[in-house]
Design a binder for this molecule. Structure first.
Ligand code: NAI
Ligand code: MG
Length: 500
């Protein structure tokens, strides 16, 4: 101490820059050994009696057993949701609905540490992110839509908005609680009831959310949570009693759902995959852009549908950018998601790890040059070193397919037109990023990029007031903002539009 305090002509420098472990305690989380299904405000056993184990990807240790819901359970949950819709919730005064949404938002804030720890434990994302991104945003979504509940007629003037009925909602594993919030909050604000299925690898925060619903005294049956795998999702989709389906997940399953629902008149929104372009012009503030590149692709291990997975760098600054990027990668801390210093956590599942590894192998075989910083990975669990591919051709699989992992493919361009042409050369269109000092260039690029969200001099920035969704194979319909209410409403006297 004395040494540090002593006045020196140079600031004291530690002899080593390694970080001491800073683990977040898991004591705040109490898990049951086994969970049932949340139907009609009660915990019930699955009709099949079948359960499966959910693990932690950081050490492959089992956390709890959760139920596999089947057709009978889906039927029960949809009936409970229908009852709740017809016997109260659908007719409840909008201010009354808002009251519950505000309560849920506040309870999420109060219990945010518990939720953040559980999210990181079950899904592998760094606690820093679940604590500072997932939880605040999930609460913010409930606050935001609570505010709209009693203002729908002003939101849609002269259109007489009405709730639809029972919404079936199927969510993925990359932002488990946040995707629940994106789906549940607008559905309830609009006066619908819900049957929601979390992803099979990350069911635990959705199950803990049932406790929040009870604490908020939300009327029974307004929200029903069914755990299970894709088979459960398929049952929810095809059940005659669901009036609307909202799905976030792979393009493959999204297409299957669209085929299943063709001609049924059920409303549908799909939020699917992406292969976003992050475009760096030579006048960009380069150090900030490098931070944006890192945040764009290594945030949440790259398990992000709008991840900036294709980097386009203007040729004149290529060397410089890659040098800076590689240097920055050596400072990323990969490891225990529950360590507060961790930047890149565990890969969500062994299946996803396999998919990432397979695509990275294909990149090497097709001739791209790989860079991975030196990195010590834990012995157990699922991990992937942050990876950059240079010398990537547009035709390579790593430039075409969604990897959904911490893997960046770098391409170059000379002119804005070339950047646009390459950026739009993808079946996807969820998001894009533009880095430049020129406002006019930002506006021009944003207009011509075929992507639902275009970030300028930032990336992966989310806000409940801002609509999010895709073009082309990234899906249709919007979540967030006013746009996010519309798919949960029907309008008296207006013809139903497919996919509306
Ligand atoms: P997936 O699309 O199979 O799973 C997403 C959700 O859909 C899960 O809840 C799952 O149980 C459910 N599901 C699966 N099959 C279904 C069906 N036939 N009918 C209804 N629901 C069904 O995605 P998966 O297999 O977990 O990941 C595969 C790839 O998909 C990833 O590598 C990634 O590229 C992409 N993906 C994209 C996401 C996004 O946010 N856009 C989220 C998750 C995955
Ligand atoms: Mg799948």
């Amino acid at each position: 101490m004395a040494e540090v305090e002593r006045k020196q002509d140079r600031a004291p420098v530690p002899s080593e820059w390694t970080y001491a472990p800073a683990p977040e305690s898991t004591d705040i989380v109490t898990l049951q050994e086994r969970y049932g299904l949340f139907v009609g405000g009660e915990w019930v056993e699955p009709a099949s009696g079948e359960h499966f184990t959910t693990i932690s990807p950081r050490d492959e240790e089992p956390l709890a057993d959760v139920a596999q819901a089947g057709a009978e359970d889906v039927d029960r949950a949809v009936s409970a949701a229908r009852d709740a819709f017809e016997n109260g919730w659908g007719q409840a005064s909008p201010a009354e609905r808002a009251k519950y949404l505000f309560r849920i938002a506040r309870i999420l804030q109060e219990r945010s540490r518990e939720f953040a720890v559980l999210e990181s434990l079950n899904g592998g994302k760094p606690i820093k992110e679940s604590r500072d991104v997932d939880l605040p945003l999930a609460a913010a979504h409930f606050f935001y839509y609570a505010g709209w509940a009693d203002k729908l007629e002003y939101a849609f003037p002269n259109r007489r908005p009405q709730p639809i009925g029972v919404a079936g909602q199927i969510i993925p594993w990359n932002f488990p609680l946040l995707m629940l919030a994106w789906k549940v909050a607008p559905a309830l604000a609009a006066g619908n009831t819900v049957v929601l299925k979390p992803a099979e690898t990350t069911p635990l925060t959705a199950l803990l959310f049932c406790d929040v619903l009870r604490q908020a005294e939300l009327p029974a049956g307004v929200v029903n949570i069914l755990t299970g795998d894709g088979r459960t999702g398929a049952e929810i989709v095809k059940h005659q009693g669901t009036d609307k389906i909202a799905f976030t997940g792979s393009t493959e399953v999204g297409k299957a759902i669209q085929r299943e629902l063709a001609g049924t008149g059920k409303k549908l929104t799909l939020e699917l995959g992406g292969k976003a372009a992050n475009i760096i012009f030579d006048d960009a503030a380069l150090d900030q852009a490098v931070e944006g590149i890192v945040n764009g692709i290594y945030f949440n291990q790259g398990h992000v549908c709008c991840a900036g997975s294709r980097l386009f760098v203007q040729e004149s600054i290529y060397e410089q950018t890659i040098d800076k990027l590689k240097r920055r990668l050596t400072t990323l801390r990969v490891g225990d998601p529950l360590d507060k210093n961790t930047d890149v956590g565990a890969i969500n599942s062994s299946m996803q790890l396999e998919k990432i590894s397979e695509l990275v192998e294909s990149g090497k075989e097709e001739g791209a040059e790989i860079y991975q910083p030196p990195c010590r990975l834990p012995d157990k669990g699922y991990w992937f070193v942050p990876t950059v591919f240079t010398n990537v051709a547009q035709s390579y699989r790593i430039a075409q397919e969604e990897i959904f992992g911490p893997v960046l493919s770098v391409l170059t361009f000379r002119t804005p037109d070339e950047a646009l042409e390459k950026a739009n050369n993808t079946p996807y269109g969820l998001s894009a990023g533009v880095w430049t000092e020129k406002g006019s260039r930002i506006l021009s690029m944003a207009q011509k990029l075929r992507a639902g969200v275009v970030w300028a001099n930032t990336f992966n920035r989310f806000d409940p007031t801002s609509p999010f969704g895709g073009y082309k194979e990234s899906g249709f319909g919007r979540e967030g903002g006013l746009h996010g209410l519309e798919p949960y409403l029907k309008f008296d006297g207006e013809t139903e539009e497919w996919g509306g």
